[in-house]
Design a protein around this ligand. Sequence first.
Ligand code: UPG
Ligand code: MN
Length: 312
Amino acid sequence: MGRAGEGEEEGLPLFETRVGKKSRVAYRIFGFTVFIGICMIWVYRLTHIPTAEQGRWAWIGMFMAELWFGFYWIITLSARLNVTYRYPFKHRLITRYGDKLPAVDIFVCTADAEIEPPTMVINTVLSVMSYDYPPEKLSIYLSDDGGSEFTFYALMEASQFSKHWIPFCKKFRVEPRSPAAYFSQNFNQQDPKLAEEWLATKILIDGRKPSAVDEDGHQLPTLVYLAREKRPQCPHNIKAGSMNALIRVSSEISNAPIILNLDCDMYSNDSDAIKEALCFFMDEKHGHKTSHVQHPQSCNNITKNDIFSRQC
Ligand SMILES: O=c1ccn([C@@H]2O[C@H](COP(=O)(O)OP(=O)(O)O[C@H]3O[C@H](CO)[C@@H](O)[C@H](O)[C@H]3O)[C@@H](O)[C@H]2O)c(=O)[nH]1
Ligand SMILES: [Mn+2]
């Protein structure tokens, strides 16, 4: 391809893994003290076995519970002993692959227009339609297990709105690219109506057509709506079932080698998320060992004073 800078970049990895040394030491000290505490509880139980009259059954119950929670804690802790951080180098990815980047199919799942209002769903769709990635290589599929007319209508409107929203995002480097998150507005829920047509696949924007352009004349990503048939007597397998339906439909339309999956309530808050994930798949040395990349999630509706709510 002969792009500038290709020579010096060649051979360099597309991502780096670093071990979190500071947090590792602190976590090990913390883990060790808790482990000593757990052992002391076990020792206490074993050295204080009551007689049958003193409540042997209660003792057995307590000891079982403490054994289980102790082992559960050790298993959980061991998964966190080696904290590692991964750093993708997306500029290297662009320099190295340029216009040879792979196509990406994006699957968004929704199931119930009342619990998951169409405004939220299309905000997620718009956030992924405006990724900083060649639009001709992007196809977005919305699986609507509720078969809601409202969701379909909202998606149709979103397909029109994207013609203004995508150039706006790219021009002003908007982040995040979910319109709702960007404008920080509250949307009201709408009552859904049952769709008359339960099995439907509709291509709202066909990125291959010359007419699929935004207001700046740039190509738009492909946008597909899919509502699969669900029957009471057949297990529909929830999200996994809709993912299977999405794979079958997308293999006929775009058939991209990379699939990105989002729940409809997870908008993307980084327009470079695809490029970052691709660094792990396309690294020459380690890429073939990677089958999944999980992006970190951050929740923005957690309660501050609830000790059980957490930053995920
Ligand atoms: O019949 C169904 C039911 C659900 N969904 C979708 O599946 C996703 C997850 O379902 P939800 O009930 O919201 O589960 P959560 O606990 O919020 O989601 C977590 O837990 C799920 C089950 O473990 C995982 O699939 C999700 O990725 C993970 O975010 C949502 O987008 C739903 O719209 C469908 O597509 N069809
Ligand atoms: Mn959910």
